[in-house]
Design a protein around this ligand. Structure first.
Ligand code: PLP
Length: 422
């Protein structure tokens, strides 16, 4: 995708496109939406693309020989082309629409995994993976008898790449790694990991759920074999996601789900699968969500992915400044220059859920808990953390609100503590 910024970056003008960001909560508190790693908000342009699709273009795709179905099919395939361009895939055949990153990873585990992985083989994951990039491989291990190995992390949230080299061997079939940790915010060196894994003869799946929405993506420069991400984390609707796979790999893989659309021919004796990418899109696909994702991509391209990355780095740097100024706050993960727009933290003496609740009273929406990374939290020695995660429509002033709300949480708890002690 283009690395030049199309229009000057102006967060206030951008915010005007997002009706929900004008929400006032608890009577008089402007909403500060810092739960973007869970899901982002949508601009009017995306919302109206959904309405327009249902009002003017909606029919099932690839099926009808009628005008409306042809129009709907054309738009659906144009959405695929928009995704191809956005992630710089070579062909449209390499872009499979799924219902999300989780479905995309499961597709690979079921189709490629069941075909290519056997007892005694090894799959390398990391300690910082989301459950979506752990459990499908644990299920594959249950089915096949393969072994899972984990690249450890440093205390400040970097992958220990020397350990990856030690783990790679002739039995390693796959390395499955997140491009950006959804808790630590760490931006991992994907191209380097891919080249080390490939040198050992392993395939690589990149969980790009937290990276594609926030920075320019070039799947060919990564050299990855599979890449998974979700539409709802990048301004798109929920219910649509993408599996990118290198064409020769997808060609050789059996279909995962069976049904309509994924076949060329069916007899009572058996079936012949359709060509790519239809082979992996059984049943009626997420038609309108895919059109919404295309509208989201258009919007992101107009803002410019480099401008988005730059702004989010500023937000993260300010969040570190604000949080580090408070006593008893432990920030998880590396220094801000190594992070995406995610700051997770633990506050001495206050449970993450209580922090989130007091933040909410200030209108600040953050997430508390394990964020679908229980093994990572165990490694960090904490049961739960609070997570503030940003997108390009957030402002530096909102980060200051985060600090004010957290200071208030500490004040309330210290007062309670003194009362208990007294
Ligand atoms: N991988 C990472 C790193 C994530 O942060 C998430 C969602 O939080 C997922 C995978 C799963 O995405 P989805 O729930 O959209 O399938």
């Amino acid at each position: 995708m283009s690395t030049t910024d199309a229009v000057p970056f102006d967060p206030q003008a951008i915010r005007a496109d997002f009706p929900i960001l004008a929400t006032v909560v608890h009577g008089d508190k402007p909403l500060v939406y810092f739960d973007n790693a869970a899901t982002t908000q949508r601009p009017r342009q995306v919302i109206s693309s959904l309405v327009e699709a249902y009002e003017q273009h909606y029919a099932n795709v690839h099926r009808g020989i009628h005008w409306l179905s042809e129009q709907s099919t054309d738009l659906y395939e144009e959405a695929r082309e928009a995704v191809r361009r956005f992630i710089h895939a070579r062909t449209q055949q390499e872009v499979v629409f799924t219902t999300g990153a989780t479905a995309a990873i499961n597709l690979v585990a079921r189709s490629w995994g069941d075909q290519q992985v056997g007892a005694g083989d090894e799959i390398v994951l990391t300690e910082m993976e989301h459950h979506s990039n752990i459990v499908p491989w644990q299920q594959l291990a249950e089915r096949t008898g393969c072994t899972l190995r984990f690249v450890p992390i440093t205390d400040d949230g970097f992958l220990i790449l020397e350990a990856l080299d030690d783990l790679l061997n002739e039995r390693t079939r796959l390395v499955a790694v997140t491009a950006v940790s959804n808790v630590l915010g760490t931006v991992n060196p994907v191209a380097q990991i891919v080249s080390r894994a490939h040198a050992a003869g392993a395939r690589v799946l990149v969980d790009a759920a937290q990276s594609v929405p926030h920075a320019a993506t070039d799947v060919q420069a990564w050299g990855a074999d599979f890449v998974a991400f979700s539409g709802h984390k990048m301004l798109g609707p929920s219910g649509v996601g993408v599996l990118y796979g290198r064409e020769e790999l997808l060609e050789a893989m059996p279909p995962f789900l069976g049904g309509g659309s994924m076949i060329r021919r069916v007899t009572l004796e058996g079936f012949e699968p359709a060509d790519l990418p239809a082979k992996f899109e059984a049943g009626t696909p997420p038609i309108v969500p895919a059109l919404g994702l295309a509208a989201a991509i258009k919007y992101l391209e107009q803002i410019g992915m480099d401008a988005i990355r730059r702004h989010e780095m500023q937000l993260t740097a300010r969040a570190h400044e604000v949080l580090e100024a408070l006593d008893g706050v432990r920030l998880l993960g590396p220094a801000p220059e190594h992070k995406a727009g995610i700051t997770s933290f633990v506050v001495q003496g206050i449970h993450a859920h209580d922090i989130a609740q007091i933040m909410d009273q200030h209108g600040v929406a953050i997430r508390a808990g394990h964020h679908c990374t229980m093994p990572l939290h165990k490694r960090l020695g904490v049961a739960a953390s609070s997570r503030a995660s940003y997108y390009f429509y957030n402002t530096l002033e909102e980060i200051d609100q985060l600090g004010i709300a957290l200071r208030d949480a500490q004040r309330i708890f210290r007062r309670g503590q003194r009362r208990n002690d007294g």
